[in-house]
Design a protein around this ligand. Structure first.
Ligand code: FE2
Length: 376
């Protein structure tokens, strides 16, 4: 399963082994840490995190892999973070509240942009930034995916990571990228990637159809602040679900809009079902089959983050996923086509829809009898 396990701690004076420098650093920071398979980020307890200058928490998903983790920033009305810069990438996603972020880029120019629920932004690597809650009455809660686990385990030096003056001038993107504009870049097949530093609202961002991943499915891949960190946004239309697939750990899925559930299973195991709503995050563990289902009367949207982007995949595993994520296992890919799916999956979905009074629309895309196992 490759889930994270408790580490043996060497008694004082004994040789140290199996050290995780990132977890040691987190323990020394003294912030609340939550670890689970699926977490509702709106309910995680936060506490003052001196380095951040604001309330915060750390969220470790069971399927987070070796490179990334999630931090929470929780700002009171009118509150602000301390000015921060660091040698790790970070993709912020606004769960609730309204405010602004100021980024001082590598050329010394200052950029300020306003965000709200559903916004996503990434300060370019090692730029100084500060996050402000612009409301006088409402708290603001923001989740960030970051690759500090990878950086801390590789470098093992807090000062080098947090007090490094190096300017990565090639990562700016300029004023328009901080203002919510971007560039549509073709990738492979008919797919495209949106290059920017800031997406004002992922709930309404225009996506492209991607029927190879499921009936009524749409998607956009993002390249944020010319980073190595990946993000994408996917939509499932009403009355539909995606095809099951599997891959290595570290994809973190944040529910942005709508309600539904996901099934998880290893070969030969029973399905594990997790129901979710906006604010939930989960990360499929190593090579676990997973499949997402929309049970609400509105389209579902989720964003996913990972280490290794479409432009900079970083690992051989990510290069493979980019090209094979929508290819049938029968053709060497990692996806179970609808025609090969267990009929129990569709029946379970119909039951879930009936409870919510929502009509199944899978029949508009393919033969429902086939999904129910009623045809040869
Ligand atoms: Fe996945």
């Amino acid at each position: 399963m490759n889930e994270h396990v408790d580490r043996p701690v060497a008694p004082a004076g004994q040789p140290r082994f199996l050290v995780d420098s990132y977890l040691d650093w987190i323990a020394a920071e003294g912030v609340p840490v939550v670890e689970d398979f699926c977490v509702d980020l709106r309910r995680v307890e936060t506490r003052f995190w001196p380095r951040m200058g604001a309330d915060g928490a750390v969220v470790h998903m069971k399927g987070r892999g070796d490179f990334i983790s999630v931090f929470l920033v929780d700002l009171p009305p009118g509150g602000t973070t301390a000015p921060l810069r660091h040698l790790y990438e970070e993709i912020f996603y606004v769960l609730s509240g309204y405010g602004a972020t100021t980024v001082e880029d590598a050329d010394g120019a200052s950029h300020t942009f306003e965000w709200g629920p559903g916004s996503m932004f990434a300060p370019p690597l090692n730029t100084r930034y500060r996050i402000f809650n612009g409301s006088g009455v409402e708290r603001a809660r923001i989740a960030s995916t970051n690759n500090l686990p990878m950086m801390m385990n590789a470098l093992r030096n807090e000062k080098f990571i947090f007090e490094n003056p190096f300017a990565f001038t090639e990562r700016g993107g300029g004023e328009s990228y901080f203002g919510g504009k971007g560039t549509l870049v073709p990738t492979h097949g008919n797919r495209q990637m949106w290059e920017t530093n800031f997406v004002p609202d992922m709930r309404s961002f225009k996506l492209n159809n991607w029927s190879a991943r499921g009936a009524g499915s749409a998607n956009m891949v993002f390249c944020l602040a010319e980073g190595t960190m990946h993000a994408h946004c996917s939509e499932m239309s009403v009355g539909t679900y995606k095809k099951a697939h599997r891959h290595g750990p570290d994809f973190h899925v944040f529910i942005v809009k709508g309600e539904g559930y996901s099934l998880f299973w290893h070969e030969g195991e029973d399905y594990r079902r997790y129901d979710w709503h906006p604010g939930c995050v989960f990360a499929p563990t190593d090579m676990i089959w997973h499949q997402h289902f929309n049970t609400s009367a509105e389209p579902v949207r989720y964003m996913a983050t990972a280490y290794g982007s479409s432009r900079y995949p970083f690992s051989a595993e990510k290069r493979r996923i980019k090209l094979g994520v929508d290819v049938s296992v029968k053709k060497g890919g990692a996806q179970i086509e609808y025609t090969d799916q267990d009929p129990r999956i569709h029946r379970m979905y119909l039951d879930a829809l009936a409870k919510n009074g929502v009509q199944c629309r899978m029949g508009e895309f393919l033969d429902e009898k086939m999904l129910l196992g009623e045809t040869a």
